[in-house]
Structures are given as structure tokens and as C-alpha cells.
Design a protein around this ligand. Structure first.
Ligand code: NAG
Ligand code: NAG
Ligand code: NAG
Length: 199
């Protein structure tokens, strides 16, 4: 009995399989092949355990071309006591036979004030997790660290993981970079019918 039932299912299962294949062929858009040049590829390498290459943008400033690379668990050369804060690197394309990359220091190595009710924690902030570039000539670059935290309220409450970003001009002069923290909100004092935000 069971044997018969199983034998009966065979052709039916095959028919279902054929129908599914047919639907896949008809309904799913087919992929288009393209070539990846593996022979003249430029290889840039970062230190191990830094997640070098997690984000990448091609960049140019005037005639100079760069590969800008994020390494969200890199250590800083300028302050090794910050725990794996993450960094971005610039790697020149052309006139760079050794394929070297240079770490860009975003933010002051010693730390900086971030607001009246703000104390920054840069450990494990994952700076360089995202990278983007304005798509115009000499476009500026923005990179973020989504795990940057405000620890001002840590004693009584929680750390506030609001994240931080840095924008920099296309010449990659980090001294002109600007900190952007759109999710930081200063203390909110609610008086009778009036809300005051101190940043
Ligand atoms: C881009 O930068 C280069 C080098 O500084 C400069 O010569 C050029 O005029 C700039 N182009 C624009 C559109 O700002
Ligand atoms: C490239 O590396 C070699 C060997 O380490 C070194 O001798 C040379 O000076 C480097 N070239 C540049 C342009 O840095
Ligand atoms: C490095 O960072 C730590 C933690 O933010 C800070 O306490 C220290 O002062 C900094 N050291 C230097 C040399 O900037």
C-alpha cells in the first residue's frame, strides 16, 4: 500500500519539479555576465583584524586619484589607548608602486567636547563602517562610526549609542574635517508649557 503510494508520487513530484523549473526560466530575470579584470587588478592591503576594505570609495581631487578605504576595527596611530576605534585610509592610485595606504586621523586624538550633556566614548566606535562621496568633481567625503557613544548619563542611565560622522573636503585635509552628530540631543528641560533644548 505504502509502496504503491510512493510509486504514485514519483511522476507527480517530477511534474511539479518541471513546472517549478519552467516558472524559474520564465519568471526570473536572467543574470547578465560581465568581466572582472583579475589580471591587472590593484591590490591594497591593510593590517589584519582591522576589517580593512569593509567600505570603499573611489575618489579624485584634481588629477590625483585615490582609493579611500574603511577599516572599522583599526587602531589609531596617534592614540593607541583608544580601543579599536576604526579609521579610514587613503591609497593613491598610480605613482604608488608599493601600494601603500595612509591612515587619516579624524577627530582629535586626545578627544574633544561634544556638548553640555555629552561625554564621548570612542572605543569600538566602528569609524569607517560607511563611506560616501559626493558624485561631483572634487566632491567631499563622509564617513561614519555607528557605535560611537555618549556616556554622560552612564552613572544613572545608559550609554547613548548615537553614532558619529565626519565630513572632509576632497583634498582629504583632515584638519578641515567636521564632526557631524545628527542624533545627539542636548538636555531637554520641560518648563511649564515651554521646552528648552540645551546643546
Ligand atoms: C578641483 O580641484 C583642483 C585641484 O585643487 C582644482 O584645480 C580644480 O579647479 C577643482 N575643480 C572644481 C570644480 O572645483
Ligand atoms: C617600496 O618598497 C621598497 C622595499 O621595501 C623600498 O626600497 C622603496 O623605497 C619603496 N618605494 C617607495 C616609492 O616608497
Ligand atoms: C588617548 O585617548 C584616551 C581616551 O579617550 C585619552 O584619555 C587620552 O588622553 C588620549 N591620549 C592622548 C595622548 O591623546
Amino acid at each position: 500500500m505504502a509502496e504503491e503510494a510512493r510509486r504514485g508520487q514519483g511522476p507527480r513530484r517530477a511534474a511539479v519539479r518541471e513546472a517549478v523549473m519552467l516558472l524559474l526560466c520564465l519568471g526570473v530575470p536572467s543574470g547578465r555576465p560581465y568581466n572582472v579584470d583579475t589580471e591587472s587588478a590593484l591590490l591594497y592591503q591593510g593590517a589584519p583584524d582591522t576589517l580593512f576594505g569593509y567600505s570603499v570609495v573611489l575618489h579624485s581631487h584634481g588629477p590625483t586619484r585615490w582609493l579611500v578605504v574603511g577599516a572599522p576595527t583599526a587602531k589609531w596611530l596617534t592614540n593607541t589607548s583608544v580601543v579599536n576605534p576604526g579609521a579610514i585610509y587613503r591609497c593613491q592610485i598610480g605613482k604608488n608602486p608599493n601600494r601603500t595606504c595612509e591612515q587619516l586621523q579624524l577627530g582629535s586624538p586626545g578627544g574633544e567636547p561634544c556638548g553640555k550633556t555629552c561625554l564621548e566614548e570612542r572605543d569600538n566606535q566602528w569609524l569607517g563602517v560607511t563611506l560616501s562621496r559626493q558624485p561631483k568633481e572634487n566632491g567631499s567625503i563622509v564617513t561614519c562610526g555607528h557605535r560611537w557613544k555618549n556616556i554622560f548619563y552612564m552613572k544613572n542611565e545608559n550609554k547613548l549609542p548615537t553614532g558619529v560622522c565626519y565630513g572632509m573636503p576632497s583634498d582629504l585635509r583632515t584638519e578641515l574635517s567636521k564632526r557631524i552628530a545628527p542624533c545627539y540631543q542636548g538636555s531637554i528641560n520641560v518648563h511649564r508649557g515651554r521646552t528648552e533644548i540645551n546643546t
